[in-house]
Write a protein that binds this ligand. Structure first.
Ligand code: ADP
Ligand code: PAZ
Ligand code: K
Length: 255
């Protein structure tokens, strides 16, 4: 069994795989000042809840887009899981042909998403990850990673309205019944949800034009994917755990 860990700006998501099968997954908050011991307690608790002995874990792989967290989780793994983790970055075989100007710059979560999507669906593809930021990743018919877009995330945008406009409240991210809001909360909800859905459709349309492909598979992942996907025209599938699958595949490529 292996343990895969994706450190995002909001959440740390971990998965326990037996071969290709995800047996358990858990989501923790990313807390920058937490210590390896604090995460160790949480990880050990999660193993206990899942009924899997820590000693069954043969290896660990980490993707992180939060540099200061890498050492915390790495040290936690050494002390509490008794393995030095593989860290997605320079020197790791991903099998992905990265066409970014500087391949080291691409977020490790975007790489894991792309690896999983190529394996599962084949190119041409767009992967959209609705996390703290929303990312679009484009994959050509040969499976090469072309690059993409980075957009302020849905939570960030919602929070900004509340923080920067005195009369706008903090709202629940819920889909309103109508696009024309007749109170402040409904107006904000409509703006966020339908605004992001329209943005997705518009961006994918432009990508389709630039990639010049007749058909393009569009898949979504990330904590907020379900909220937006059903309102878009272009998202064909939501796969909430795509990043974890990508990490499992990258681990296998480095055995
Ligand atoms: N299962 C879930 N249901 C609803 N919202 C979620 C869920 N998981 C995460 N979120 C929310 O989605 C947002 C992005 O989360 P996530 O995709 O984990 O981001 P990141 O990868 O940047 O850490 C956060 O605001 C989080 O609160
Ligand atoms: C774009 C991101 C902030 C998304 O992170 P997330 O929302 O998953 O926390 C992250 O992938 C990142 O920091 N990327 C580095 C820049 C790049 O990919 O070009
Ligand atoms: K993510």
């Amino acid at each position: 069994m292996i343990l895969v860990i994706d450190i995002g700006n909001t959440n740390i998501v971990l998965g326990i795989y037996r071969n290709r099968e995800l047996l358990h997954h858990f989501r923790l908050s990313t807390v920058n000042h937490s210590t390896p011991d604090e995460y160790g307690i949480m990880f050990r608790n999660m193993f206990q809840m899942s009924g899997i002995p820590v000693s069954d874990i043969e290896g660990v792989i980490i993707s992180s887009v939060v540099p200061p967290m890498v050492h915390v989780i790495e040290e936690m793994c050494q002390k509490y899981i008794h393995h030095s983790p593989l860290i997605v970055g320079p020197g790791i075989k991903t099998g992905l042909n990265l066409r970014y100007e500087n391949p080291r710059e691409v977020g490790a979560d975007r790489i894991a998403n792309a690896v999983a999507a190529v394996e599962k669906y084949q190119g041409p593809l767009v992967v959209i990850d609705f996390g703290t930021a929303t990312t679009f990743d484009c994959i050509d018919p040969k499976g090469a990673y072309l690059g993409g877009l980075i957009v302020p995330g849905i939570g960030i945008a919602t929070e900004a309205l509340y923080q920067r406009a005195s009369k706008l409240p903090r709202i629940e991210l819920e889909k309103p019944k109508k696009v024309i809001g007749r109170n402040t909360v409904h107006a904000m909800q409509a703006g966020i949800i339908f605004g992001y859905a329209g943005q997705v459709d518009g961006i994918v349309e432009r990508i389709r034009g630039e990639m010049q492909v007749p058909s393009l598979k569009v898949v979504a992942t990330g904590g907020l994917a379900d909220l937006i996907a059903s309102e878009t025209k272009v998202i064909q599938e939501v796969n909430p755990l795509l990043t974890l699958d990508g990490l499992r595949i990258i681990y296998d490529r480095n055995r």
